[in-house]
Write a protein of this length. Structure first.
Length: 286
């Protein structure tokens, strides 16, 4: 199977499993990816990180890591950029210890600037972050700028793709729930999914497009703000439906990593997506 599926979470306290035992538990369930969450800060030590990495390697689990939520590439203040760079370097260090190959990075807030002004600042900031990462020996780790769910945040699909054009090593983290929420439900269904993936391929080329990173969950939104709260696949009031994305990935034969961020059912809903994907692969083979 070309697509990897798994949940997001913190391995020390997820489903009652310890750091070292969690990757094997995921593999037993049929999943093969895990995104370690450092949203509130990078607090994992080297010994634990290496233990998680070794356990993941043995179990065939591809690791990624989510950098702290308070990163803001769109803040021009030098002290803010210094902090943002430090947060990303700390995330890369933890990722390196555990053998994670990708680090997901939030793009930031508009802070009363136009979208163009905020994006120009973020482009400059990300250039400096890349230089810093290379200087610390983390050039082998793929940074993944993430599409964001709130309307007043930088990070619609085109903004993230423009950031990713700074360096061929960058990959987008396309959060389909976030895009659904910030578009107030418009980016939903097969037609919208096809257009989004076509746009990724147009701007990044077929190779990088086929390997994109992704978050997926259903998300409730408000008319004025966009993203409100993550939900589970069981609820039916909000989307997006995962089936169109699974169908289109099967048709294109792409190989992204899909990380589920459902509210407490990450592993269950990740398996649902895998099953849907395999169903479409089976239909394609007929």
């Amino acid at each position: 199977m070309s697509v990897r599926f798994g949940p997001a979470g913190q391995a020390e306290n997820y489903k009652g499993k310890s750091s070292v035992k969690y990757p094997a538990w995921l593999a037993e369930r049929g999943l093969d990816a895990f995104e370690y969450q450092c949203g509130k800060g990078v607090n994992i030590g080297e010994e634990t990180a290496r233990a998680v990495g070794e356990a993941a390697k043995v179990s065939g689990i591809a690791l990624s890591l989510h950098a702290p939520y308070f990163i803001n590439l769109a803040n021009p203040d030098p002290e803010s950029l210094k902090k943002t760079t430090g947060y990303i370097l700390s995330a890369c260090q933890a990722a390196d210890w555990m053998g994670a190959t990708r680090v997901t990075v939030h793009t930031g807030a508009l802070m009363k600037r136009t979208r163009r002004e905020a994006l120009d600042i973020a482009l400059k900031s990300l250039r400096e972050v890349i230089v810093a990462c290379d200087g610390e020996g983390f050039g082998h780790i793929t940074l993944c700028p993430e599409t964001m769910g709130k309307i007043n945040q930088l990070g619609d699909l085109d903004e993230v793709l423009e950031l990713c054009q700074l360096d061929e090593r960058l990959l987008p983290c396309i959060d389909f729930g976030h895009l659904y929420a910030r578009s107030l439900g418009e980016l939903e269904g097969l037609e919208a999914t096809v257009k989004m993936l076509d746009r990724v391929e147009e701007l990044l080329g077929p190779d990088r497009a086929s390997r994109f990173h992704s978050h997926f969950s259903k998300i409730a939104f408000t008319p004025n703000g966009g993203e409100k709260v993550h939900l589970t696949f069981d609820q039916e009031d909000f989307g997006p439906d995962p089936a169109p994305l699974m169908e289109e990935l099967a048709r294109r034969d792409w190989s992204p990593t899909i990380i589920c961020e459902s509210a407490g059912t990450q592993d269950v809903d990740a398996l649902t997506m895998k099953e849907l994907y395999l169903e479409y692969i089976g239909k394609k083979a007929l």
